[in-house]
Design a binder for this molecule. Structure first.
Ligand code: C2E
Ligand code: MG
Ligand code: MG
Ligand code: MG
Length: 279
């Protein structure tokens, strides 16, 4: 009996694994043609200065509208694009698109773009950033690049050199999803960043005493280092009140505004930006 079960399992498993590999291959193939077929788009999510209540910028978030698959979440296609290398041209496209959008926002508002480790390791990254800024006319000081700890983890010389070069140009570097990684404090010491973005899992759990203590500590750390602290995933007034009373600099989340189309964010930014002049 055990023997026949084993054989059945074996026969069941083998085609199942094939199906997984095939599904993955199909995703890679669809993704490979998606850029030239213009299936990608950027949404923008507003970021608010908590003390003033003003919108100070927005983060570009990639969207894939696949004709076959419908909307595919970045968490499912970005890792595949990283493995196939597509993230390099795709990330370049996103930088240009984001900077072009930001060129139509009120002067001084920042645009944040997510950057993957693969892009930074490609060696051509700094050039493509400089080119996106020149193409759009957006000054370097208005661009913020969001990296995660995995970028700093491998400590490759090309990555650190690139980040330093970009920072010297006046581009700001934000450490995204802070607290979910593996050794956040070490990276802060080795590589100077301009901003910490506290991961939304902490904000979601802010009613927990221990989580609240951690969040307060990170806000204090940011203050000591003289850098901006942004809370991600702010969904309720209660969360915003806690963050405000603890001196958190910025908030981002559904409470402030969900990611929305470029035209919509442009309207919002023009109405809620500091001294809303266009430029
Ligand atoms: P992220 O950079 O941490 O972006 C924040 C994510 O949280 C976004 O998910 C956003 O839609 C979501 N979010 C914002 N406010 C709230 C909230 O109040 N509650 C909840 N539950 N979620 C909220 P999204 O758009 O699905 O993006 C997921 C991740 O994909 C991003 O996380 C980023 O790591 C990656 N990603 C997105 N666009 C790009 C891109 O252009 N390049 C690269 N390399 N990665 C990207
Ligand atoms: Mg981000
Ligand atoms: Mg994040
Ligand atoms: Mg994330």
């Amino acid at each position: 009996r055990a023997k026949s079960e084993g054989r059945n399992l074996y026969r069941f498993f083998e085609p199942g694994m094939d199906a997984m590999v095939q599904a993955r291959r199909a995703l890679e193939v669809d993704l490979g043609t998606a850029l030239s077929r213009q299936e990608f788009d950027l949404d923008f999510q507003p970021i608010m200065n908590i003390a003033s209540g003003e919108i100070v910028g927005a983060e570009a978030l990639m969207r894939w509208h696949s004709p076959e698959r419908g909307m595919v979440a970045p968490d499912s296609f970005i890792p595949v694009a990283e493995e196939t290398g597509l993230i390099v041209p795709l990330g370049e496209w996103a930088l240009r698109k984001a900077c072009t959008a930001a060129a139509r926002w009120p002067a001084g508002l920042r645009v944040a773009v997510n950057v993957s480790a693969v892009q930074l390791k490609s060696g051509s990254f700094a050039r493509s950033v400089i080119s996106a800024l020149a193409f759009s006319g957006v000054p370097a000081g208005r661009l913020e690049l969001e990296i995660t700890e995995t970028v700093l983890m491998d400590e490759s010389e090309v990555v650190l050199r690139t980040l330093r070069q970009l920072r010297e140009l006046g581009i700001r570097i934000a450490l995204d999803d802070f607290g979910t990684g593996y050794s956040s404090l070490g990276y802060l010491r080795r590589f100077p960043v301009d901003k910490i973005k506290i991961d939304r899992s902490f904000i979601h759990d802010l009613s927990n005493r221990d989580t609240a203590a951690i969040v307060r500590t990170v806000i204090g750390l940011g203050a000591e280092l003289g850098i901006t602290v942004t809370a991600e995933g702010v969904e309720t007034e209660v969360q915003l009140d806690i963050l405000r009373s603890n001196g958190c600099t910025e908030a981002q989340g559904f409470l402030i505004g969900a990611p929305s189309k470029a035209a919509e964010i442009q309207r919002l930014l023009r109405s809620r930006a500091p001294h809303s002049q266009t430029g």
